[in-house]
Design a protein around this ligand. Structure first.
Ligand code: UDP
Length: 538
């Protein structure tokens, strides 16, 4: 790999001179450490100190210049997980003159993206925390193209899913341990540090119990752009004319088993009159699983990281997530949140085992596989008696682990019953018309005209023109919402109207100033912006 690095010829003396003269330059986006990504020229890394180094010179730049706030708590998050105290990035500072006394720098010619993977052994974490954020961070900065090189600084070894990370760029990603073999002082010619969090949809419960992120900013469209890229890299073509419809059961073979899997497969095949196949990460290659899932009508699996693969399902397909005994599906929703992202167009169904006799527990396993033998007797008994794991923080709650690693005999009639509540006929994928959700613009040329009748009655005639973009769109239903607010009052009267004018007479008083707010609504739920408020005096 060190050979690979030196392949691109760097004029060593010019590079060294530039570093000494110009020092490090940093310009960042983001106002807080949690939303910051920094671009550097000549950021260095001491593999002995395991620290990044910023060299000051007359030409160096440091924006934001935070002073000691840079340590409160850090300059930025190096992984996509928000504000995790093991994932902070910072650098130490030195004058460029100190380079004279330091090991000779080794220059990294590739544009670098420097980040932490969060948990590269868990497929959910791989996609949600690493692959999607890396992909969209690279989309954000044009010089992070396929020739860029990824540097993973979290300190883990490659991990079982390293091949997936390799798809994101043409160059071999480098791990922190490997940097030592390259030299004692590495200097990145151009680098970006940090990951975009814009695609993440779930928080794992470090501060409050796990759940969907408060402000989700990604839709199915961006997820599918990413999966399209991954499938191209994996040489999987999207078979438009899928010949046969089928169901995929994604099984786990080590723990959290479905004990009656053969029976389940048979029942699904019979009920939906579809071929039903079973796959697992242990027995199938990743490409084969993607190929199968990307054309499946339904994906059935125990709760677990393998369910993140539903991001490869075609629109219209159904995700069925099975939960072991005492685990409330509403409390663990990473895959539900994914499936129900706007524009993912997946159906989501949760089934929970509610029968104690259908669960098999493993109290004597090691704690990290759900064993509880290390707990005191009273606590063990409480856990065994409990019918629901109370909400908890990540990541070592023994009651949660105990219940999460149960095996389950799936009650087939009860499962078919809940699936049938959602899937009435044959399950998707449906060749749907593009039901893209475009929002109306503001209504235009809004006007009002008041008329007073006597001392107690008045009317307000309001008219407006359609939003500018409507004339280029086919919209099933166009409505207008008008709010009439008396100036100084904090309540208003709302109206939903079908036409572009209306005369209001109810509750309209003479010699009063009204504020009139108007917006357009497409298809019942696509609310446009309000036009500038109208001031109308009766
Ligand atoms: N895994 C698997 N088969 C098993 C158990 C685990 O493929 O029988 C995978 C799982 O999908 C995940 C990783 O191993 O990618 C770690 O699993 P773990 O149970 O720790 O996490 P979880 O699935 O609960 O997120």
């Amino acid at each position: 790999q060190s050979q690979e690095l030196s392949e691109a010829q760097v004029d060593y003396h010019a590079a060294l001179q530039a570093l000494v003269e110009n020092g490090t330059r940093m310009v960042c986006t983001g106002r807080m450490h949690t939303d910051r990504i920094c671009r550097f020229e000549s950021l260095c890394y001491s593999t002995e100190a395991e620290e990044f180094v910023y060299f000051h010179s007359n030409s160096s730049v440091m924006l934001p210049n935070l002073g000691s706030r840079r340590f409160q708590p850090a300059l930025l998050d190096l992984s996509s997980v928000e504000d995790h105290n093991t994932q902070y990035f910072n650098f130490v500072e030195l004058p460029a003159a100190a380079l004279k006394f330091m090991p000779k720098p080794v220059f990294v010619p590739d544009v670098a993206l420097i980040a932490n993977r969060f948990n590269p052994d868990n497929l959910m974490h791989v996609f949600h925390d690493d692959l999607l954020p890396i992909y969209y961070t690279m989309q954000q900065f044009s010089d992070l193209d396929l020739e860029a090189r990824l540097f993973f600084m979290e300190g883990w070894s490659e991990g079982v899913h390293f091949d997936l990370y390799k798809l994101l760029s043409n160059k071999q990603p480098l791990l922190r341990e490997e940097l030592k073999t390259l030299g004692r002082l590495l200097c990145f010619t151009k680098s970006y540090v940090g990951l975009s969090k814009i695609t993440t949809w779930y928080q794992y419960g470090f501060v409050q119990p796990q759940g969907p992120k408060a402000n989700i900013l990604v839709s199915g469209n961006e997820i599918r752009q990413f999966t399209k890229f991954m499938m191209q890299k994996l040489n999987i073509s999207l078979e438009e004319s899928s010949s046969e419809e089928y169901i995929v059961v994604f099984s786990r073979t080590i723990n959290r088993l479905i004990l009656n899997e053969a029976e389940l497969i048979l029942a699904l095949a019979q009920e939906f009159q579809m071929k039903t196949i079973s796959v697992s990460l242990e027995e199938h290659s990743f490409s084969d699983i993607v190929r199968l899932i990307s054309n499946a009508s339904m994906l059935v699996s125990m709760h677990g990281a393998q369910l993140v693969m539903s991001l490869f399902l075609p629109r219209g397909a159904t995700v069925v997530e099975l939960f072991p005994y005492a685990i409330n599906p509403e409390h663990y929703t990473p895959y539900k949140t994914l499936a129900t992202l706007p524009g993912m167009d997946l159906h989501y169904i949760a089934w929970q085992n509610t029968a104690r006799e259908d669960t098999v527990t493993y109290p004597d396993r090691p704690w990290d596989q759900g064993g509880i033998a290390h707990l005191d007797k009273a606590e063990q008994e409480r856990i065994i008696k409990s019918t629901e794991v109370p909400r908890h923080l990540c990541c070592r709650n023994p009651e949660w682990l105990f219940r999460a690693y149960q095996d389950t005999k799936v009650n087939i009639p009860s499962l078919i019953h809940v699936i049938r509540q959602t899937v009435k006929s044959k399950p998707g994928p449906r060749k749907q018309k593009w039901s893209g959700s475009l929002y109306p613009g503001k209504v235009r040329d809004a006007k009002c005209q008041a008329s007073v009748q006597g001392t107690s009655e008045a009317k307000l005639a309001v008219s407006w023109q359609i939003p500018w973009n409507l004339r280029y769109l086919k919209v099933r239903e166009v409505k207008y919402e008008v709010w009439i607010q008396e100036q100084g009052e904090n309540t208003y009267m709302p109206y939903i109207l079908s036409h572009q004018n209306h005369t209001f007479s109810e509750n309209i008083k003479p010699f009063t100033i009204y504020l009139v707010w108007i917006r357009c609504i497409f298809n019942k739920n696509l609310l446009g912006p309000f036009a500038d408020v109208l001031l109308c005096s009766t």
